[in-house]
Design a protein around this ligand. Structure first.
Ligand code: ATR
Length: 281
């Protein structure tokens, strides 16, 4: 029951009405009987500063931050944790003692989903795409003692920008290039992560690879696309004998990390996943 004492958390973004975060977080709060409610706030581009002021005014305890505010909002928060600083974007805010803290749980969510099925040490990894999610994952992976990282993207300059940034900030060399490198690089890869929106409903017939015959049984294939839960890429990877990880896992695990930041408690990830599958499964 919502009372005068209920803690309000939520998500800000534009668009935000299709966000699955309210469903998974409210399911988790209910399951653990925590006095929290999670709401979606439609906040338009350019309104990040006002959103942080509103957070303080209304004593909103925590917020997820999504497109288009993940970078802009950095200018208006009080403290940024190390990972978010490296990535240059936040997806989670916490209000504590009147100050707003910023975090980025995207990379952690992906790493946790991968570590559920494998160890990362020494692994050769390809990331397809070079947007915000790719960047968060790349920084997190480089900090995880992996063997090698290749960022391949439709626009090679965007991949090169991330690689350059990683080299400058962490001193690690990362290969960056266009999608034409995929055929060659995938032969020795252990993990392939799709961070592009290709294959997302309603264009679910698409896949981010020109052809499926380069997929092989030594691969673990992770898609960030979660609607549909089993993308064409994942279906074809399974057919090739590869192990697959659905995009729902990262959605849940990045949410679970935010949940922990706000409540101090481990999130019931099984409950969160079930709640999401009920809506899109
Ligand atoms: P996010 O912040 O969620 O990661 P994004 O910033 O929109 O999303 O990034 C999407 C990534 O997917 C980009 O790297 C984009 O490629 P460009 O850098 O060339 O724009 C890539 N992408 C989007 N649509 C694509 C498509 N149809 N084929 C291949 N790559 C695509």
């Amino acid at each position: 029951m919502i009372t005068g004492k209920t803690n309000v958390v939520g998500v800000i973004g534009d668009p935000v009405e299709h966000s699955l975060s309210p469903i998974m977080h409210n399911a988790a709060f209910n399951h653990l009987n925590l006095d929290y409610v999670y709401v979606a706030f439609h906040v338009k581009r350019g309104m990040a500063k006002r959103a942080t002021e509103a957070m303080k005014t209304f004593n909103i305890r925590g917020l997820n931050v999504t497109i288009p505010h993940k970078v802009d909002i950095l200018d208006y928060i009080d403290k940024v944790d190390e990972t978010a600083k490296l990535i240059g974007a936040v997806n989670t805010l916490k209000l504590e003692d009147g100050k707003i803290w910023g975090f980025n749980t995207d990379g952690l969510g992906c790493v946790r989903a991968l570590e559920e099925v494998t160890t990362l040490e020494g692994k050769n990894i390809i990331i397809l795409g070079a947007g915000g999610a790719s960047r968060a994952i790349a920084f997190q992976l480089v900090s995880s003692n992996i063997g090698g990282l290749h960022i391949l993207n439709r626009t090679p300059e965007n991949a090169k920008r991330t690689a350059e940034d990683i080299k400058n900030k962490l001193g690690t060399r990362v290969f960056a290039g266009g999608l034409e490198y995929l055929k060659e690089k995938i032969k020795d890869a252990d993990i392939l992560i799709n961070t592009t929106p290709v294959g997302m409903y309603p264009d679910a017939d698409a896949r981010p690879l020109a052809t499926a015959d380069i997929l092989h049984e030594n691969l673990i294939v992770k898609d960030l696309v979660y609607n549909p839960p089993k993308t064409r890429l994942l279906r074809e990877a399974e057919k090739a004998g590869a192990r697959t990880i659905s995009g729902i896992k990262m959605l849940v695990y990045q949410g679970a990390e935010s949940f922990k930041i706000w409540t101090g408690k481990e999130a019931p990830t099984g409950i969160m996943e079930k709640a999401i599958l009920k809506v899109i499964g």
